[in-house]
Design a binder for this molecule. Sequence first.
Ligand SMILES: Cc1cc2nc3c(=O)[nH]c(=O)nc-3n(C[C@H](O)[C@H](O)[C@H](O)COP(=O)(O)O)c2cc1C
Ligand code: SF4
Length: 503
Amino acid sequence: MRNTILAILITATVACGVLVYFLPHVGNIILLSITGILTIVALFDAFQDKHSLLRSFPLIARLRWLFEDEREKIQQYFIEDNLNGTPINREKRSIVYQRAKLQKDTVPFGTQHNVYAKGYEFVKHSLFPTDHHKVTGERVLIGSDKCSQKYDASIINISAMSFGSLSKNAIKALNQGAKMANFAHNTGEGGISPYHLQGGDLIFQVGTGYFGAGKHDINGKRLFDDEAFRKNAIRPEVKMIEIKFSQGAKPGHGGILPAKKNTEEIAGIRGVVPFTQVDSPPGHSAFSNFDEMIVFLQKVRDLSGGKPIGVKFCVGNNEEIEEMIKSFSEANNYPDFISVDGGEGGTGSAPLEFSNYVGTPLLDGLSFVDKTLKKYKLRNEIKIIASGKAIDAFDIVKYFALGADAIGMARSFMLSLGCIQARECNLDTCPVGVATQDDDLVKALVVGDKNVRVKNYHEKTILATKELVAAMGKNSIADVKATEVFRRSVDNGKIETLEEVYS
Ligand SMILES: Cc1cc2nc3c(=O)[nH]c(=O)nc-3n(C[C@H](O)[C@H](O)[C@H](O)COP(=O)(O)O)c2cc1C
Ligand code: SF4
């Protein structure tokens, strides 16, 4: 094949050369240039020693790379249907775009879902629906008896995503949107940047790298620092503190900020060296067992002036989680909220194995935490914030049924900012300016337009949730139970409740 390709190209170049010699007009000269360049590239491909495919199929093998590079786009634009795109299918992406842009969000002609397929989920409506205008439960008071500055939270808030992972314009638009619709914006583990301070309520996240809450020891290791933490925690914008153990996309790994995205500004905020990859450690250095953890949680609560303190994790070892909750009960001291993230959660950057194979999926983890808190009689004190692909009202109702008191959403808010699921968040090439630090690309995201979309998406999703709950005949979103959400069994195709599935 290699010799044939080279022979064809060389012959074509010679033929064009002869043509130019006898008929030297512009068209022939261009033809000669093209064949000449292609022949040089093919000769280079045939004799380089890095890529076997190119040596066998000079020039032609380059097409394969081109198609491979563009695979995701070809898949999204030409192949995927409404229900099979991943991680978030077209139907779900569209509902976010429509609600964010206040476009028509109804569908014609009937469902595209196979309602007889195993795993199909639904709720049952009542013959006596309530008036959705009167449905309550869109806000929840977070703060146990240990906390003196309880927070009246929306049930939908922006889940943790740092400045670094997201662009400054994305962070600004999220925060301004949160302000407009009165909900909270989680800073992510990268600390508080000026772009977070646009007037929206903040959940200040402290991860294992202690960015915005730490210092370096003499060996360069990041340690928690009381004063650095206190300065940020007492800001009036900060309404709650979240201590991050893990996130579902990479539990047990720690955050990753790719070198390209670690600009001078971001490095300054985090206190690290610019343009190096920043890996947060997998675990905390401020405590090493549950007793020490409880002391630490009380310390940060005190340093913050009594604000609600939470812990975020993806459920790993069930016995360990039960041990933790038992320790809370025995110490009679506990966090004010637990954020349960599902293994299906998103990330800016994660190792493949961690993303695909580590951590309990949300529904299993959520129902386990809910049941364990009930077992140790802490359910009234500790609120649960659930995150993991919550996009539309049905997701919210389902998560509430399994114990959530509030929902954290990350990727759906990215979609509301214009994310097209190009899945290049770890490359710094995000084409819509959401997950990049490249100044030219960041400009694509117009804050004054996208902040309103963030607000719209929040408001319309709350409204859709109220409508769904009203159809179920309920007066409050908080009243939905696991006995009221149904699934066609994956074993025998019969209908079962989520209570039965997750008993
Ligand atoms: C771009 C991006 C950055 C994230 N950064 C953080 C982070 O700093 N800290 C954290 O706890 N979780 C982080 N997450 C996880 C989200 O907060 C959330 O738990 C997870 O994506 C599940 O929510 P979702 O399915 O609505 O995206 C990040 C997710 C994304 C997509
Ligand atoms: S458009 Fe692509 S790169 Fe940008 S945020 Fe969305 S998934 Fe990430």
